[in-house]
Ligand binder design. Structure first.
Ligand SMILES: [Zn+2]
Length: 107
């Protein structure tokens, strides 16, 4: 043990872990050769791009994406809810569907 004080996690921090874990997966899909993808990876990428489109569409209508707020829209891929939020500090947007394994990312 280093004796270093651990940061206090809030519910928000815990939620953000999932999209960050999923990100590396998404990037692999993005940069991997398409013909090498499994069907599962292809459909995950389809879900991802549909959801990104829905989020971008939402921000186009609502103005700035760099707001510290959380939004909820129906997921374009399933019956779940797509949760996403901006971070004005680093400009990141993170998003995840409430359905396990549907889609999640951070950008
Ligand atoms: Zn979904």
């Amino acid at each position: 043990m280093t004796g270093k004080k651990l940061p206090t996690l809030t519910a928000d921090d815990i939620v953000s872990v999932q999209p960050m874990t999923e990100k590396s997966k998404v990037l692999d899909f993005k940069y991997g050769p398409r013909e090498m993808m499994t069907d599962e990876e292809k459909s995950a990428m389809e879900r991802f791009s549909k959801a990104v489109q829905a989020v971008n569409e939402f921000f186009r209508h609502s103005g700035s994406r760099y707001r510290d707020d959380t939004y909820h829209i129906p997921c374009p891929n399933c019956d779940g809810t797509l949760n996403f939020g901006g971070n004005s500090y680093n400009g990141h947007v993170r998003a995840f569907c409430t359905t396990d394994g549907c889609c999640s990312w951070i950008e």
